[in-house]
Design a protein around this ligand. Structure first.
Ligand SMILES: C[S@@+](CC[C@H](N)C(=O)[O-])C[C@H]1O[C@@H](n2cnc3c(N)ncnc32)[C@H](O)[C@@H]1O
Length: 394
């Protein structure tokens, strides 16, 4: 008769935790597995997993979510197992193998690195291809309430967890999930000697990238925590940039026609009055300057984040509230975003006086980014994650 196993799927930044059973520990002696507990008759699968994680890995698991049932066979024992896999949303404690553990090794591996280790094929196949969920919890839409979530408070609340999770590079502007970065797209041309403004600069990485290429950079962001992070990062990298807390809708510290380039990457969806932001950018740019920005593609918010990718929002429904969870840091916040249709972005730009030169909707195979682990790749094969627009002040 098949026995019951309860397995824990621990994920961190695109890697998952695998453990190797000791040679003398059955079942699956000497094999790599997800942490797995035998479930006794009087136990629930969740309780068995929780006890096992504490006894073997010295952590207290928080909420777990059922993910899949797999049918495994330990060929050496001629024994079959029904394994219920639970995604572990968060845990307390520093993961380590206890002396009494059934395991003698534990590693965080990418799906690709599972090839070539001694692991039951059924488990490996599921981990590599059947597991459609993203590696990191993705933002989930929530009912739009009467009170608008405060985006400044929200970004302050998750800033540290966001920066820790995504580790955004500072060598080239990152346009968005699965998008080629600026070093490949070359939308800005030579920025050396230009005065550049970055709107919604977050942790300052894009500002630092521009400064490294010889631009004089001002970054504006609504969140003081993001600005503080950016200042520390610029110091660490030995780069001079000016980072200011403020809103894209009011650039009062910036003089008329004082900038030669404006950039924004995945920030303008958080701005309610994009018309005001564009009017301000038009004011501060000198004639002939470029404004290049990326936003979440308006189709992306219309479909669920995971299979079967059902429609959750109409294309012309602009406003959406959602929640972002960072269980690894016990951080969470509610956000409000504005998803304008492609033609609306075009009209907002031209109404402000800009000339639109190019629009890009990079397909998934086009690039890699720090955020890829938070997206379901199958979804990104259907619709673009990001819309990039290059405009010019005539
Ligand atoms: C996704 S981050 C973009 C920064 C960077 N490109 C990145 O992806 O991490 C979005 C940023 O927009 C900022 N933001 C939101 N609303 C804003 C507003 N009205 N004015 C300026 N910045 C804003 C947030 O504080 C946040 O740091």
């Amino acid at each position: 008769m098949a026995e019951l196993l309860s397995m824990g799927l621990f994920e961190n930044r695109g890697r998952l935790l695998v453990v190797r059973k000791k040679e003398e520990a059955t079942p699956f002696a000497g094999k790599w597995l997800l942490p797995a507990a035998l479930v006794a008759e009087e136990d629930s699968a969740e309780e068995a997993l929780e006890r096992h994680a504490f006894r073997d890995l010295d952590v207290q698991t928080g909420a777990v979510e059922f993910s899949e049932t797999l049918y495994l066979e330990d060929e050496a024992q001629h024994q079959r197992y029904v394994a219920n896999v639970f995604r572990v949303a968060g845990y307390k404690g520093d993961l380590r193998l206890r002396a009494a553990s059934d395991y003698d090794d534990a590693r965080w591996l990418t799906s690709d690195e599972l090839t070539g280790i001694a692991m039951p094929d059924v488990l490996r196949d599921w981990l590599q291809s059947g597991r459609h969920q993203p590696d990191q919890p993705a933002p989930v839409p929530i009912a739009t309430g009467a009170t608008a979530p405060d985006n400044r408070t929200a970004w302050n609340a998750i800033s540290r967890a966001y920066q820790d999770r995504y580790q955004i590079p500072t060598d080239s502007i990152q346009w968005g999930p699965f998008c080629p970065s600026e070093s490949e797209l070359q939308l800005l041309g030579d920025v050396s000697g230009l005065r550049a403004i970055v709107i919604g600069c977050g942790g300052g990485q894009d500002c630092i990238a521009l400064a490294k290429q010889g631009a004089t950079v001002i970054g504006i962001d609504l969140s003081d925590k993001q600005i503080e992070y950016g200042r520390r990062l610029a110091d660490r990298e030995g780069v001079l940039v000016t980072l200011l807390q403020g809103s894209a809708e009011q650039l009062q510290e910036i003089e008329d026609e004082s900038q030669d380039l404006a950039v924004s990457a995945h920030a303008l969806n958080y701005v309610e009055r994009a018309d005001r932001a564009f009017a301000e950018l038009f004011r501060v740019l000198r004639p002939g300057s470029r404004f290049v920005f990326s936003v979440a593609h308006p189709f992306d918010a219309c479909l669920e984040g995971g299979p079967p990718f059902g429609v959750i929002k109409g294309y012309w429904e602009t406003q959406q509230d959602w929640q972002w969870e960072f269980p690894e840091r016990s951080a969470t916040a509610k956000f409000r975003s504005w998803y304008r249709s492609v033609s609306e972005w075009f009209s907002l730009l031209t109404d402000a006086g800009f000339v639109v030169e190019r629009m890009l909707e990079p397909p998934v195979e086009a690039g890699e980014s720090p955020w890829d682990g938070s997206y379901d790749k199958e979804k990104t094969k259907l619709i673009p994650t990001t819309l990039i627009i290059k405009a010019k002040k005539p």
